[in-house]
Design a protein around this ligand. Sequence first.
Ligand code: E4P
Ligand code: PEP
Length: 382
Amino acid sequence: MHSPTSSDTDRSAVAGIDPQFDLDNRRTTSISPLLSPALLRQEHPMSVAVAKTVAQGRAETVDILEGRDDRLLVVVGPCSVHDPAAALDYARRLAEHTEPLRDRLHIVMRVYFEKPRTTLGWKGLINDPDLDGSFAVNKGLRLARQLLLDISALGLPVGCEFLDPITPQFIADTVTWGSIGARTAASQVHRQLCSALSMPVGIKNSTEGDVGVAVDATKAAASGHVFAGINADGLAALLTTSGNPDCHVILRGGSAGPNFDSGAVADTLGRLRTAGLPERVIIDASHGNSGKDHVRQAAVVGELAERIGAGERGVTGLMLESFLAQGRQELTLGKADELRYGQSITDACMDWATTAELLDRLADAVTRRRLVAVDAGDDLAR
Ligand SMILES: O=C[C@H](O)[C@H](O)COP(=O)(O)O
Ligand SMILES: C=C(OP(=O)(O)O)C(=O)O
């Protein structure tokens, strides 16, 4: 008598299989329409004033990165946007406060819509704009684009992290400075994406603190690539890029500890030199450099202001996580109406008063660095 074996079971599972229905989309529970980038851009068009803010903001960023402009690049704003009204409120205060500091600081507001999670969690306003797990992505894209236009219309350039490789087609024209996060810096898909992006892009060291990953990404992104993506109509397309020469490393610390000290900066500049890349570095005062503690973040910024004021030139810019209220709060999906106004629902942020004071100190540090340069008979710009 024949007793069933595992290969008999395999054969019976295969019998009568329908390739169209039984092999594909086994775990995709629905496929629904996504609006096209061209339609979104038509619905939310860019004004000439916004186009000027973006073009000028990018050009000034490149001048700073290349040492033709001795101001500090400061990317500052909430960890993530969850309430467009609060983000715009913050943007107005930032624009007003930093207008007199323009001769020393080039301010780019962090307007982050895509959050890379360590495991699970709310993934940002584009993915879930109603903060309730309903994932109204078309609505999220509309809200995001309109907010980017509204903030840029204040004359304030914006910075975004690019996480999903499809998203840039919908919003990248409005973005002055981009970022690739610690969790995706090693990804070939994101390096290829950087090679196509029209703005300067900061690339973070890994969450473990590996700076080599960010240097490798900067090198890969500077080269041209050919890869699959979408065109403005949302159709599958093959993209051929020429490479992005304006990428740079962001030191964000990691599980091994902070990496904003002069030694870590010098080591990174040395790695960039060895790789044949421009020597420039941005310091993220939050994340691994502050242990995600907003109080510690203020201390990191204060320490950097002291070093810059004393003449340190290696640091090209800073990133600060700041919102209206200090700290963070926990989001309960579906209960957005219970959230405190102006407080982060992702990483803890410094409050507005602390931020304004630190921006003043950074501007003062640039003034002092200029005086140090004059005393030493150096060119003011590196
Ligand atoms: O910047 C934001 C967070 O640090 C990043 O998205 C990871 O967050 P998580 O560890 O809370 O998922
Ligand atoms: C996600 C971020 O940071 P990191 O990639 O450094 O964790 C961020 O800046 O929002």
